[in-house]
Design a protein around this ligand. Structure first.
Ligand SMILES: [Cu+2]
Length: 225
């Protein structure tokens, strides 16, 4: 059942490739399934720049390759990044907007993202299947405020770690959103800015968000713009 589903997705994706790039069917046959999120700035007034970028997820031969490139992030510091989602039912996450700044302090904090985006799920660090939300193996913003992250993980290992933490859920990338976090520790934030556990609010402050779409869907929606 699962195999059939995957090969159907691969075939339709191949069709898209053929029609947009004109490449041969033979090449496209073992086409990968790709998901993509365009990352748009959040809280850019607080950080003084707009963080932007792109995240792609490619599933090929049982491996998931995660790639995130970002620019406009606070330089010379680590940036947590994860996908977030709803662990109950099959609700689709959205990126927060100014409307979600419920306490009207001008900042969308991590807790205010939860009603629309859900909870922190999978880290894009050195070991995504380790499911650790905060550690020191997330990417560092370079001096120019950019970074590029790439990691390939066995899909099965990630899925089983995921199911252990979120019983009854699937990775289901299409329903998730990517967040990039982090402003310098020296950033003054009002006391109304909430955080999680004992983590300083600066570490988890969302600075960019993107809704993950299957590339086929993404092509369709970008055509309509
Ligand atoms: Cu996150």
């Amino acid at each position: 059942m699962r195999l059939q589903k995957n090969s159907f997705a691969a075939m339709s994706f191949a069709g898209v490739l053929v029609s947009i790039a004109g490449i041969s069917v033979a090449q496209a046959k073992d086409a990968d399934v790709t998901y993509k999120a365009e990352l748009s700035p959040l809280n850019s007034k607080t950080i003084g720049s707009g963080a932007r970028g792109e995240a792609t997820f490619t599933i090929s031969r049982g491996q998931l390759t995660i790639h995130v490139s970002a620019k406009g992030v606070p330089p010379n510091m680590e940036h947590l990044q994860h996908f977030h989602g709803f662990a109950k039912r099959d609700r689709t996450s959205k990126c927060p907007t100014a409307r979600d700044d419920k306490n009207r302090d001008g900042i969308i904090d991590i807790v205010e993202t939860e009603p629309v985006a859900g909870t922190t799920m999978v880290p894009f660090d050195d070991d995504p299947a380790g499911m650790s939300m905060v550690n020191d193996t997330f990417p560092m913003g370079g001096a120019d405020g950019s970074y590029s992250y790439e990691k390939t993980v066995p899909l099965k290992a990630l899925e089983s770690a995921f199911i252990k933490k979120f019983p009854g859920q699937k990775l289901d990338l299409r329903r998730r959103v990517v967040f990039v976090h982090g402003v310098p520790a020296s950033t003054k934030l009002p006391a109304t800015v909430a955080s999680l556990d004992d983590v300083p609010a600066q570490v988890v402050l969302p600075i960019a968000c993107g809704e993950i779409k299957k590339v086929r869907d993404w092509l369709r929606s970008s055509k309509q713009r």
